[in-house]
Ligand binder design. Structure first.
Ligand code: P6P
Length: 336
């Protein structure tokens, strides 16, 4: 007989049956991605025991050394999406180009994008990492999907979510107006609704940024952070705390649960690059989740979800979290 607590939690399938009744294909796709994340969670949890730590000896399109788990997670997600029969094409941080079914073999009305394992520099030191995914509508025409079909603003996403592989494995998902959380029951492999609809507090005393890059930031960011560091003796009149996990999914999950502001701004190390993070499969899905949870997500000047993408792996500056702090950073840029 399952524990009483398990009886009070909806299953992910039950939630999707109710919330995605309008699009059975979307529900099936999300279930397939969630099952893949459960499999990835098992690999992450076994770490050295499953021989999946360390580097794969290859580089991805970003020029980053791929970790063994990066490659494994990517393969698991591609296979799950393919098997779901709900995907017209796939884009992954770990794939140079999209994976599309040839004309005539096309299935599904959805485009799936993902960062299979975000924060992978943390894998070998046992710090939380995550999978981020985004679902866009496939083009209606019966043609083979191209990369250009993916270049839709984030506001057109049909669903977005992430799995966080931490002390618990948590799935956070938005397919409607709310943001719901599910926890993986390791005993059964089931995702059980934790019935927490996440809301970002409008104000905060906590910021997340990699302080070691301070000398490379634009002046508005430096001024904003310096005001936070001045604490109650400065213009803010209150002390701030700082967190930086170097795993965006974990930083965003903390902000969804207790407020805060996350910044990965443009910096002068690579002046021609808008930022480090990727628009299509990091900033857009996490931005949709944060906005629907009552927060804000910008590139320091405009809502991320309104950016018209120009390339599949394009990067973007990211400022997201509590609306009052995001607004302050935006205002600082406007005044500059
Ligand atoms: P840095 C992980 O590599 C990542 O893409 C995000 O998850 C994280 O927020 C950021 O980069 C960390 O970057 O420069 O602090 O290592």
């Amino acid at each position: 007989m399952p524990a009483q607590s398990a009886l009070t939690h909806r299953t992910l399938a039950g939630y999707l049956e109710a919330e995605a009744a309008h699009d059975g294909g979307l529900a099936a796709l999300i279930l397939a991605v969630a099952a893949a994340c459960a499999q990835i969670s098992g690999l992450v949890a076994r770490g050295a025991l499953s021989g999946v730590l360390g580097v794969a000896g290859t580089e991805n399109v970003q020029g980053e050394t791929q970790k063994t788990l990066d490659v494994l997670a990517n393969t698991i997600l591609i296979k799950a999406a393919d098997a779901s029969g709900q995907v017209a094409a796939i884009a992954s941080e770990e794939e140079d180009d999209i994976l599309a079914f040839p004309e005539g073999e096309r299935r599904g009305r959805h485009l799936l994008l993902f960062d299979p394992l975000d924060g992978s520099s943390n894998i070998d030191v046992n710090v939380s990492i995550g999978t981020i995914f985004s679902v866009l509508p496939a083009p209606s025409a019966a043609h083979t999907v191209t990369a250009a079909d993916f270049l839709q603003p984030g506001r057109r996403q049909l669903a977005a979510g992430y799995a966080l592989y931490g002390p618990q494995t948590t799935l956070v998902l938005t397919i409607g107006e709310e943001v719901a959380t599910f926890t993986l029951d390791p005993a059964t492999g089931q995702w059980l609704g934790t019935d927490i609809v996440l809301k970002v507090s409008p104000s905060t005393r906590e910021f997340a940024i990699n302080m070691s890059n301070r000398r490379h930031w634009a002046e508005p960011v430096r001024a904003y952070i310096d005001d936070c560091l001045a604490g109650k003796d400065g213009v803010r009149g209150k002390d701030f705390n700082m967190r930086w996990i170097a795993s965006m999914v974990a930083d965003v999950h903390r902000i969804l649960n207790r407020g805060g502001v996350f910044l990965y701004p443009w910096d002068a190390r690579e002046p021609d690059r808008a930022g480090k993070l990727r628009l299509m499969y990091e900033a857009n899905p996490l931005g949709l989740i944060v906005e629907r949870a009552g927060g804000a997500a910008t590139d320091a000047t405009m809502p991320i979800l309104d950016i018209q993408p120009t390339s599949l792996h394009q990067r973007v500056a990211v400022v997201l979290g509590s609306v009052e702090e995001v607004a302050r950073v935006t205002e600082a840029h406007r005044a500059a």
